[in-house]
Write a protein that binds this ligand. Sequence first.
Ligand code: ZN
Length: 462
Amino acid sequence: MNSLDLDWNSLNHESLELFKALLRLNTTNPPGNEVIATELLAESLREDNLEPFIVESAKNRSNLVVRLPANVPQDQVTQGPLLLAGHTDVVPANASQWTHDPFGAVEADGMIWGRGALDMKNMVAMSAMTIKLLARYDQIPRHRDVIFAAVADEEEGCTYGSSFLVNEHPDKVRAQDMLGEVGGFWLNLGSHTFIPVMVAEKGRAHLKLRASGPPGHGSIPHEQAAPLKLAKAITKLAEQGLPYHLTPVVEDFIHALASKQPAAQKIGLKGLLSSKLSPVILKKLFPDRNNARAFYAMLHNTAVPTIVRSGEKLNLIPDEASCELDGRILPGFSSSDLINEIKHLLDDPDIAVEELSASQPVSLTDYKNSSVFHTISSVLQKHAPQATCVPYMITGFTDARAFSTLGTHCYGFAPLKLEPHHNLSFSALFHGIDERVPVDGYTWGQEVLFDTVCALLSKQSN
Ligand SMILES: [Zn+2]
C-alpha cells in the first residue's frame, strides 16, 4: 500500500511525543476544558500545512476537524470520505490511588501511564499523526478525502462534541466510513489472541418504576406498602433478569471465540448460544465473574436501578415509591420492547414503568459485506498473524452513535497491542486506576492504523 520506506523509528518517536503531550493536559470531564487539547493538536497539524477548523460548542469546549482532500484525478474519487475520530475528554482520576501522576505521562516499566492512555488519547494522537503523515508524503495515493475529528464531551454523553458537530456542522464530518473507539485492542483468551472490531452498540433508555400503595402510620406495618412493592420489584429484576436474546454480532463473536479455545472452554462458550444453558453457565460455570457479567449484558436487555426514592417522614408509610433505571437495549429491540419485558417480569398492576428518555441501539455497519472490515482484517493478518479479528458489540455507547446518524458506517478500531506478558486487560484499564499502555503496544497501533488508512485510501471503489 505504502511504497515509501518510512522511518518508523523516528515517526513513532514523534507520535509518542504527541501522545504524551496530550496525556499531560487535564481534560477531565466535567468540566472538560478540551480547548487545551484542541490547541495542541492544531499546532501540530499546522506543522504539516494542515489547516484545522475549530469550533466551540460552549466555553472552552472546542472541537477540531481537519480534512485532507483526495489527491488523484476527480474521476478516480469514487468513495466518500474516511473519518478518523477520537474524543479528547477523559473521565476523572483520583491521583492518590494511582502509582504515577495520572496527568504526568510517565514512562515506566515499558508503559506510558496516564488517564486517557487507552480511552482514548492514544487514538487521537495516532489519528493526528496519520493525517500529518499523509499530508507530508503526498506521493501516497488518496482516492478519497480523509477527515480527522477530535471531539469534546464523549464521556458525558457527546452533547458538546460529536452530537454538536453532527447537528451544527454536518458537512464537516459527513463520511462514508469512520474509525474510532472501541476495538482494535488485543484480547488474550486462553492461548489465543483476538482483536475485536466494534460494529454495533446497545441503545439506552432512562426509565422510571413507580410503585403505589395505600398510605398508613409507621406504627402498623402493612404488606401493600409502596416501598415494599418497589423493593420486591427491584429484587425480582436483579434475581430473574430479562429474557435472553442472541443477536447476530454477539453470535458471531462467541462463535469466533469458541473456535479457538480448548475443548472445555469451547463447550462453555458454545453453551452461551443456547437460551437454556446460558443462565446456568453464566451463574455457575464461568470462572471469571467480570467476563460472566460482560457476556450477560451482551445477551440481554438490561435495566439497573440507580436512583431510588420514597417517603419523607419517618412515621408515615408513603403512597408512592420510585426508582430510576438505567436501561440498555440490544440492537434489533426498542425501548418499548424493554418496557414490555420489564412489565411482563414484574407482573404487578401497582407498578408503572415510564420512559423518561431513550436513544435507540445502532448496528453500525453490515460488517459481513463490508470491504472496510475485510481490509482491517487483512492488515491485521500482516501485523498480528497469530490473532483472529472478530466482530464485536459494546454494551455502552460511543461517538459512533452520533456519527452514524449521518449515514456513516462506523467501526470501533483503535489498534493497541496488549501481549500476554504485559498482563493488562483492556476492560480493567478502561476508566480504571493506573490506565496505561505498553510503549511497543502503542507504536504497533500507530503503524497498523497508518497501514489501514493507506489501504482504505488506495481502493478506487468498493
Ligand atoms: Zn472513550
